[in-house]
Design a binder for this molecule. Sequence first.
Ligand SMILES: NC(=O)c1ccc[n+]([C@@H]2O[C@H](COP(=O)([O-])OP(=O)(O)OC[C@H]3O[C@@H](n4cnc5c(N)ncnc54)[C@H](OP(=O)(O)O)[C@@H]3O)[C@@H](O)[C@H]2O)c1
Length: 261
Amino acid sequence: MFQKDLFKNKIAIITGGGSGIGYEIAQQLLEYGASVWIASRNEEKLQKAQEKLSLIGDCKYISIDIRQPQRIEEAITIIKSQSKTIDILINNAGGQFRAAAEDITNKGWDAVIHNNLNGTWYMTQAISKAFFIPQNQGKIINIIAQIHRGFPGMIHTGAARAGVDNLTKTLAVEWSKYGIQVNAIAPGVIRTSGLDTYPDEVRQYTLEQVPKKIPAKRLGTAQEITALALFLASPLASYITGETIYADGGQRLWGDFWELP
Ligand SMILES: NC(=O)c1ccc[n+]([C@@H]2O[C@H](COP(=O)([O-])OP(=O)(O)OC[C@H]3O[C@@H](n4cnc5c(N)ncnc54)[C@H](OP(=O)(O)O)[C@@H]3O)[C@@H](O)[C@H]2O)c1
């Protein structure tokens, strides 16, 4: 699809790179010549992923909980000792659970906002201050979600992702002076390991019923999100910033995603 050496000499960090969409992005960046750091909480998972990814290219892992700024700083010190630059940040880590708005506790609300909004911001600011701003260049790609019509059934993640959508625009303007491009990808329903984090009934419904409600009549794939991430991370997208690109098979425009809880 792209030139084989498109990301030669580029170094990327991918949060949530040990599974699902993040793993696929890591794999493809490696295929096209980049060096890659995969980062998340579960070290065992990261280690297994890194073993497989290292067969393709230079892949390292680092344990980071994006909710913990102190841990992010410690990780940056380790990264700096091994990588002179970071060129690409893929903010992909995240998670949520399905619940009716009236049933969400403050604890549940805070947990999702903290992870998906605050965590993304902590990573973005820390990596930018450590690498992108002093380097005068950097690419930030935020993986959010299809939030075009709100997010009935998951109000917390809808609000968090809308926050990231908005900070994508603000940073694209504020940090253009540092040569930093900031864009986002809004995936529809993508068939990944992430589905396993939901209860059986939600998983089954997603696999069997949701495809009928999407104009494309199927779920998306991690490869389809990855193609967009690589495009945005490459010089092909050098004049695109502050943009959120939907990859959802038309789901934002038509069809009830699921019955309202
Ligand atoms: N699949 C979909 O249909 C879909 C649709 C829209 C948006 N998304 C979003 O796309 C991203 C990737 O999803 P996926 O489908 O590939 O699911 P996934 O395999 O569950 O990926 C989520 C990743 O985030 C990491 N993570 C979660 N919280 C973290 C934290 N506090 N600190 C560091 N890492 C953390 C997890 O690793 P650890 O457990 O090791 O921390 C995991 O690798 C997520 O943000 C997801 O919400 C997915």
